[in-house]
Design a protein around this ligand. Structure first.
Ligand SMILES: [Zn+2]
Length: 202
């Protein structure tokens, strides 16, 4: 396995075993087929397969390449299995925020939250209007909700939105394609009413 240098921050006050280093994910590749050569699946990687076949000849499947699959290309298998692991979602979002969000107290808190392994409930790219309505939960946000809403409104056709759940708070991150990221924060949602043995009074 090729080691990949990652900037693994100190764990600060978390004290847990979770870390960016332990949470790395195995590399995943979309399964693709070369047009006119059915029955063999390759590992897609950007504009070409891992074994070097160019993009325009490819048909994309909706599942991941299975290195051990019977129909899998042997070259792709070897290369896929040798591919270095990739950072977990928390680390990727962390690094994105270091780059794309202004420094400030909310960013500092969110970065620390991600280093503790907080759940990323939503991370999605799509039309700003739909994402705002279905995923942003702007009404829950009590800090910086205005700028986040403005960034969403200004984003137009495509925007990336992430929501991170901490124990008692949640963060909304708005990542426009061509502007700085915006972070808002609010109280966590009420726990689901369907937990076992609970009558869920309202
Ligand atoms: Zn291949």
């Amino acid at each position: 396995m090729l080691p990949r240098m990652t900037d693994t921050p100190g764990m600060g006050d978390s004290g847990g075993a979770w870390s960016f280093a332990t949470a790395r994910e195995p590399a995943g590749f979309p399964a693709v087929e070369v047009e006119g050569v059915p029955g063999v699946e390759h590992a897609g990687g950007g504009s070409r397969t891992l074994c070097g076949i160019r993009g325009r000849y490819l048909k994309l499947f909706l599942h991941h390449f299975r290195p051990r699959g019977l129909a899998s290309c042997r070259k792709c298998r070897v290369l896929a299995e040798a591919a270095p692991s990739r950072p977990c979602g928390q680390e990727r979002l962390h690094d994105l925020l270091l780059q794309d969000a202004e420094d400030g107290p909310l960013r500092t808190d969110l970065l620390a939250t991600l280093r503790r392994g907080a759940r990323i409930a939503v991370w999605i790219t799509g039309p700003a209007k739909d994402l705002a309505r279905h995923f942003a939960r702007l009404d829950r946000m009590t800090e910086e909700a205005g700028p986040a809403a403005e960034a969403l409104a200004a984003a137009g056709t495509s925007v990336t939105l992430a929501r991170v759940e901490d124990t008692d708070r949640q963060y909304l991150v708005v990542l426009p394609a061509d502007a700085r990221a915006r972070i808002a924060r609010g109280a966590a949602d009420a726990p689901p009413a369907t937990s076992p043995g609970t009558a869920a009074p309202r």
